[in-house]
Design a binder for this molecule. Structure first.
Ligand SMILES: Nc1ncnc2c1ncn2[C@@H]1O[C@H](COP(=O)(O)OP(=O)(O)OP(=O)(O)O)[C@@H](O)[C@H]1O
Ligand SMILES: [Mg+2]
Length: 431
C-alpha cells in the first residue's frame, strides 16, 4: 500500500497532462512558484508577528492562520514539483495536512467572527484615545490647580498662625497695659489723696519757720514784748495742732491704703459663729448711729459656723454699714438696714446686705467697686471703702460680692462665701 502510495511507478508527471505544451506548462509552473513564494512570505510574516506580539488579540488563531498559509504554499510547491515528478502520494499527504489545518481554521473563524466584528475600529480607538488624552490633560490641570491651592492653603495657614500669635500677644499686652493702667490709677489716687495733708503740712511748717525767724529777730533786737510772746505761742500752738491733724489724716490714709492690700498674713483665722461675729461688729458701730433713728436688723440664725477670718469679715460689714450711714440716709431719716444670711445645702453661705436709702444710680452701679470712685469727693470720701470690701471678699474670704438688684428704694449687696475659707488665699486683685 505504502509502495503504491509513495511510489511513482507507472505514473506520469503532470507536465505530460499538459502535453509539455510550453506556454501552458510554464504558466502553471511560474504561477504556482510565485503563489508558493508569496504564501511562504505571508505565512512567515504572520508567524513572526504572532510570536513577537504576545499580547496580540486572537494570537492562537493568527498562529493557525500562519500554519494554514504555509501549508497552502507547500501545496503550490508540490504543484510545481509534480509537473516534472509524479510524486502524487507525497502531494496527497501535504494536501491532507493542509486540509486539516484549513478546516480547523475555518471552524474557529466563525465563532470568532462576532468578537472580531465587535472590535472597535481605528477611528473609534482614536476617538477614545483622544477623549482619554483630554481627560488626562484635564486631570493634570486639576492636579496642578490642587497643588497650587494646597500651597496657597499652606501659606494662608502660616499667615493665620502668625495672626493668631500676634493676636495673643496683643491680648497679653492689653491685659498687661490694663493692669498697668489700674496700678497707675491707684498710685495717682494715693498720691492725690496724700498730697493734701502733706501739702498742708509743708505750708504750715514753712509759715512756722517764718514765725520762728520773726520771733528770733525780735529776741535779738531786745524788743520782746508780752504781746509778741503771746502771738508766737498761739502761732506755734495753732501750727502744731494743724500739723498733728494733717499728719493724722495722712496716717489714716496710709492705713486705709494698707487695707487695700488686704494684708492676709495679719488676719487671724479661726472658727466662729456668723451671727455672733456680726452682732459684735454692729455693737462696735453703735456709737456711730445711736443718735439717729436708724435701725439695724440682723436676720441670721445662730449656729452658722465658719472657719474663716472674722477680722476682715468685720471690716466688710463695717464698710457697708458706714456707707449706708454716710451715703444712703439724710439727716433726720429713719433708715432701715437688714443683714440676712442662710447656709445652702452645699455648705456655702449667702449673705444679703440691704438698706432702704437713696440707692445707687444705674449709671454708677458698675463703678462702685473701683478704687477711688466716690460721689463725696472733697467731703471726706476717698472711694476706697467698697474696693477694700471687694478685695477682702474675693481674696481673703474666697467668695463673691455683687450689687444685688433692688426693686424698691435703697441698695443691696449679695455676698456668697465658703464656710471654710481657702487655706492659701489668692493674690490681691483689682476690682
Ligand atoms: N449704701 C449706699 N447707698 C448709696 N450709695 C452708696 C452706698 N454705698 C456706696 N455708695 C456709693 O458708692 C461710692 C463708693 O463707695 P466707697 O465706700 O467705695 O467710697 P466712699 O464711701 O465714697 O469713700 P470711703 O469709703 O473711701 O470713705 C460712694 O461714693 C457712693 O456714691
Ligand atoms: Mg465708703
Amino acid at each position: 500500500m505504502s509502495l503504491q502510495l509513495f511510489g511513482n511507478d507507472g505514473l506520469i508527471p503532470h507536465g505530460s497532462c499538459l502535453l509539455w505544451f510550453s506556454p501552458l506548462f510554464w504558466t502553471h509552473a511560474t504561477a504556482d512558484a510565485l503563489i508558493a513564494l508569496a504564501y511562504y512570505s505571508i505565512g512567515a510574516a504572520l508567524l513572526v508577528i504572532a510570536l513577537k506580539r504576545r499580547e496580540l488579540l486572537f494570537r492562537g488563531t493568527s498562529l493557525l492562520f500562519a500554519a494554514f498559509i504555509l501549508a497552502c504554499a507547500t501545496c503550490h510547491v508540490f504543484d510545481v514539483w509534480t509537473l516534472w515528478h509524479p510524486d502524487y502520494g507525497s502531494q496527497a499527504v501535504v494536501k491532507i495536512v493542509t486540509a486539516v489545518i484549513s478546516v480547523a481554521t475555518a471552524a474557529i473563524m466563525w465563532p470568532l467572527l462576532p468578537h472580531v466584528v465587535a472590535l472597535p475600529s481605528i477611528g473609534q480607538l482614536e476617538a477614545t484615545n483622544g477623549a482619554l488624552n483630554a481627560e488626562i490633560a484635564e486631570r493634570r490641570q486639576a492636579q496642578a490647580a490642587l497643588a497650587l491651592y494646597a500651597k496657597e492653603l499652606e501659606a494662608s495657614n502660616l499667615r493665620l498662625e502668625g495672626t493668631l500669635q500676634n493676636l495673643d500677644m496683643a491680648r497679653r499686652q492689653l491685659v498687661q497695659s490694663e493692669k498697668m493702667a489700674s496700678l497707675g490709677r491707684l498710685v495717682a489716687g494715693i498720691a492725690h489723696e496724700i498730697n493734701t495733708p502733706i501739702g498742708n503740712g509743708v505750708t504750715i511748717s514753712t509759715s512756722l519757720t517764718e514765725v520762728v525767724r520773726r520771733f528770733r529777730a525780735a529776741l535779738q533786737n531786745g524788743v520782746l514784748m508780752r504781746s509778741v510772746l503771746d502771738g508766737f505761742t498761739e502761732d506755734v500752738d495753732e501750727a502744731a495742732r494743724l500739723l498733728t491733724s494733717n499728719l493724722a489724716n495722712a496716717a489714716e490714709l496710709v492705713q486705709s491704703f494698707k487695707q487695700v492690700a488686704a494684708d492676709q498674713a495679719s488676719s487671724q483665722r479661726r472658727q466662729f459663729d456668723l451671727r455672733e461675729t456680726v452682732e459684735e461688729v454692729i455693737a462696735t458701730l453703735r456709737p456711730r448711729y445711736k443718735h439717729t433713728a436708724h435701725k439695724i436688723e440682723i436676720r441670721i440664725r445662730p449656729g452658722i459656723l465658719m472657719d474663716s477670718y472674722p477680722g476682715p469679715l468685720g471690716q466688710v460689714v463695717t464698710n457697708l454699714v458706714t456707707n449706708s450711714l454716710v451715703h444712703a440716709f439724710a439727716d433726720g431719716d429713719l433708715g432701715h438696714i437688714t443683714l440676712t444670711a442662710r447656709q445652702r445645702e452645699d455648705g456655702r453661705i449667702d449673705i444679703l446686705y440691704r438698706d432702704d436709702g437713696s440707692g445707687i444710680p444705674p449709671e454708677l452701679r458698675n463703678q462702685v467697686f473701683e478704687p477711688f470712685f466716690t460721689t463725696r469727693q472733697g467731703q471726706g470720701g476717698t472711694g476706697l471703702g467698697l474696693h477694700v470690701v471687694y478685695n477682702i471678699v474675693t481674696n481673703v474670704l474666697g467668695g463673691h460680692i455683687s450689687l444685688a438688684p433692688q426693686p424698691d428704694a435703697g441698695t443691696a449687696f449679695a455676698l456668697e462665701l465658703p464656710a471654710t475659707a481657702p487655706t492659701l488665699p489668692r493674690a490681691n486683685g483689682q476690682s
